[in-house]
Design a protein around this ligand. Sequence first.
Ligand code: NI
Ligand code: MN
Length: 229
Amino acid sequence: MAIQVTWLGHSAFQLNIGGHKILIDPFLTGNPLATLKPDQAEADFILISHAHGDHIGDTVEIAKRTGATVVANNEIGNWFKSKHGLEHVHTLNPGGGVKLPFGRVELTIAHHSSALPDGSYGGQPNGILMFTDEGQKLYHAGDTTVFMEMQLIGELGLDLAILPIGDYFTMGIDGSLKSIEFLKPKTAIPMHYNTFNLIAQDVALWARRVQNETSARPVVLDPGGSFQL
Ligand code: NI
Ligand code: MN
């Protein structure tokens, strides 16, 4: 099954898996790299890594308009339901997953912080694993530093790892290289960089180093650009 991965800037991605439309961390309003407006976004499912505004983004508006089912951790999921009246929400915790029409979605740990835009407790931050029905394994790390348990995730045999490289709020290039060593993905895509000055990065340098120092294939997308897995 062909999987199309489109970068919407920052940590926001649109995946098309066998015709199912999946948004991850749809931060579009206020994202200077975004090539899509929230009222144009299509989604059957919206997956959320953690509670920060640059990840929750336009989830509420998009879910209300499209009827998309949201997958998030327990605290964020319950906040979507109680505060915003979203009805179709899965409220997971790390290691737990849910079977969806395209495959299983599971949350992992991430090392970061997490508070909702109104200051509510956002629970623990997460990464997101997707196991498609055809056997492909995809990992969106969310916001995190490198951590040893990435070796366990790597034992799954990842086809794709999407990793932050921006530094300051997350790991930078060195940390992402170490993550790739642990995760051993076939392909790596960078995210969470160049959105703001604080996280400006030389992505060409990142790609050269991934090519030369790891076994993964680096794929750098332009905002709005797609990659076929
Ligand atoms: Ni964050
Ligand atoms: Mn972030």
